[in-house]
Structure formats: structure tokens, C-alpha cells
Design a protein around this ligand. Structure first.
Ligand code: SF4
Length: 354
């Protein structure tokens, strides 16, 4: 495609003609020197649907590690020897304290996550209690639960307790799924997304890029998410933890990550496209460019890895002329810093910082 073809694609999508699989592949396979053309075209769709806002989400890991499932990408999985934090359920007070920190930092959605195949009924009641407590103190907050595969009636109970959304990622294309996990099926995952939707929960389902999938499989996953009706689409980039089957797996470049996010925007122009785990590691200095096509991110740390400081995330948003969704923030209200005065290198006894 040429610069004008990406722009024409955006125009045609804005006119109501959805992107085709060939369009999506062309975006993924654009050359690095076409990156700005891809971003400029995709950002027209982003701004049409989300203006200059960025949705800020905050993760609370309610139970970490010790999972019986074998998702090969996951540091919490059965067989993983990754050196991560492992703990059983947080108390309601601890969950509230963690959620409050994210809300204070600017988040409007709290994502309450637990490791495991799926919750017991007791677990659902525990989370229902946490959600009730959080919503009593912060009635404006949106709560998303992510507890694994759901059994009959559990989504309804969560909805009744005040949960707004349920996250369950399809993670990869159906045609690639069995290469990355064997303890549950792609159909199991789709079933849980359907249960959440039937109970009136907003579906949050996304993917992980960098699992050895082909470009065609990335496109397959995005079209599946579109057809599933996922309203928020977290796009994770594999963080290859030592001690997992994917250790030392590096398939992504920062420009490729931006193209993946842009492809998601072309395929699902009006859905929340969230830059999720692996943002700092894989996008590196292109995080700001990525916000031109994506409209959502996680603030601060991830489930088992550290993210950049929450203040750096907010600065990233402000520096690129965006505002946090739901905040009255004025972009002109920029943080000011004194210049750091040089005290090293030439003219000093200290080594330069080069
Ligand atoms: S992704 Fe979830 S289900 Fe899979 S191993 Fe990790 S915690 Fe367990």
C-alpha cells in the first residue's frame, strides 16, 4: 500500500466499509519507512471514536502464581520456574487499598485478577465482597474481573455484585491456540466470553503478540475478537520470562508492535484498543506513537512484572497531547522541572554519562 492507500482505507472505514483480512495483512506488512503513514491513517479512526482521551486501567493481582494451567507464555503457569511473587488471595482490605492506589494515580477502571483455571463459588463470593467494598468507597469506578473460566451462574453473580466487565483473553488465533496451552481449549475461552456477555457484563478480550504466530494468525485473532463483540481489546506483547517455555523468544520490534496496534484499530475502529503487558519492553521509545492509534493503557505495574512509574505513564499521556478519560485535566497544566545541572564530564573529575 502507499501512503494514500492507508489514508483511503481509513476513509473507507469511516464511510462504513469494514477492513478486510487483506487490508489488515497489508497494515501488518507495511515497511518501517511507511510507519508514519500507517499511524496517521489509523489515528484518524482513533480520534473519530475516542478524541484525545486515554482510558487508564489499573491491575490488582488478587492471587498470584500457583496456577494448575499450562499457558506457555505465563509466568504463573504450572511448570513455570519464573521467580515471581506467589501468594494466595488478598483480603478485602488489601484489595481495597491496592485499588485505591490505582484510582489515586488516575485510573478509572480497576481490573481485579486472579490466577487459576477458574473461580470456585467461594472465590466468586470473595470477589463479590471486594467489589461491593470498593464500589461503596468509589462509586464512580468501573470494575473488571478476570478470574479465569466461568461456570454457570458465576457471571450473573458478579454482575449482581457490581462488576461492570469481565476479561478473558482469547490470547491467540484458534489455529495457534493448541501450540501455546494444552490444559484448556480455545472453545473454553470463547465460552467464558459468551457467559460474561449473556450476564450483561462488558466483554474484555484480547491477545498476546509474539508467541510465534504468523501475520495471518494475528489477523485471524483480531477478526475473531471483532466477531466475538469484545468491547475492550488488550494487546499484550510477550514478556518472555526465564523459566517458561517462551524464555528467550523475541519476535517483535517496536515498529511491528505499532503496526499490530494499528491493524487492531483498522479492524475494530470503535473498540477500546488497550496497550497492555510488554508496553515498555517492546514499544520502548515508540510508546507515544502507539497512543496515536491505541486509546487505553495500564497504569504502573502488571501482574508479575513491573511497569514504568505511574507518573511516567501520565506524563506520556500529557506529553502527546492526550487527556486521561474522565479527568478534568488541562493539557497545558504540564509538570515543570528544573534543568538538571551538569556536574560530570568535561571540567569535572567525574566520568561523562556517555
Ligand atoms: S494465563 Fe491464567 S490460566 Fe493461564 S497459566 Fe496464567 S494464570 Fe493460569
Amino acid at each position: 500500500m502507499t501512503a494514500s492507500s492507508f489514508d483511503q482505507l481509513a476513509t473507507s472505514i469511516l464511510d462504513g466499509k469494514p477492513a478486510t483480512e487483506d487490508d489488515a495483512l497489508a497494515v501488518l506488512r507495511a515497511h518501517d519507512d511507511e510507519l508514519m503513514d500507517v499511524v496517521a491513517a489509523a489515528s484518524r479512526l482513533r480520534r473519530e471514536h475516542f478524541g484525545n482521551t486515554v482510558k487508564v486501567n489499573y491491575l490488582v493481582n488478587l492471587k498470584s502464581g500457583l496456577c494448575p494451567e499450562n499457558c506457555n507464555y505465563c509466568s504463573q503457569a504450572l511448570g513455570s520456574t519464573a521467580d515471581i511473587l506467589k501468594y494466595k488471595w488478598l483480603s478485602t482490605e488489601e484489595a481495597l487499598e491496592q485499588a485505591a492506589a490505582g484510582l489515586k494515580g488516575g485510573a478509572t477502571r480497576v481490573c481485579m485478577v486472579s490466577s487459576g483455571r477458574g473461580p470456585t463459588h467461594k472465590d466468586v463470593e470473595r470477589v463479590a465482597d471486594m467489589v461491593g467494598t470498593i464500589k461503596a468507597e468509589h462509586p464512580e469506578v468501573e470494575v473488571c474481573a478476570c478470574l479465569g473460566l466461568l461456570k454457570e451462574g458465576q457471571a450473573e453473580r458478579l454482575r449482581e455484585a457490581g462488576v461492570d466487565a469481565y476479561n478473558h483473553n482469547i490470547n491467540t488465533a484458534e489455529s495457534h491456540h493448541d501450540q501455546i496451552v494444552q490444559t484448556h481449549t480455545y472453545a473454553d475461552r470463547v465460552d467464558t466470553v459468551g457467559k460474561a456477555q449473556s450476564a450483561g457484563l462488558s466483554a474484555c478480550s484480547g491477545l498476546i503478540a509474539g508467541l510465534g504466530e504468523s501475520d495471518e494468525q494475528l489477523v485471524e485473532a483480531l477478526f475473531a475478537l471483532r466477531d466475538l463483540g469484545s468491547e475492550s481489546i488488550p494487546v499484550n506483547f510477550l514478556m518472555p520470562f526465564d523459566g517458561t517455555p517462551f524464555e528467550n523468544t523475541w519476535h517483535l520490534t517496536p515498529a511491528k508492535c505499532v503496526r499490530i496496534l494499528a491493524m487492531a484499530r483498522f479492524v475494530c475502529p470503535d473498540r477500546e484498543i488497550r496497550i497492555a503487558g510488554g508496553r515498555e519492553m517492546h514499544l520502548r521509545s515508540l510508546q507515544g506513537l502507539a497512543l496515536q492509534v491505541a486509546n487505553s493503557l495500564f497504569l504502573g505495574d502488571y501482574l508479575t512484572s513491573e511497569g514504568q512509574a505511574a507518573e511516567a505513564d501520565l506524563e506520556l499521556i500529557r506529553d502527546h497531547g492526550f487527556v486521561v478519560l474522565g479527568s478534568p485535566e488541562d493539557v497545558s497544566d504540564v509538570a515543570r522541572r528544573d534543568p538538571a545541572k551538569r556536574r560530570r564530564g568535561a571540567g569535572t573529575a567525574l566520568a561523562p554519562n556517555a
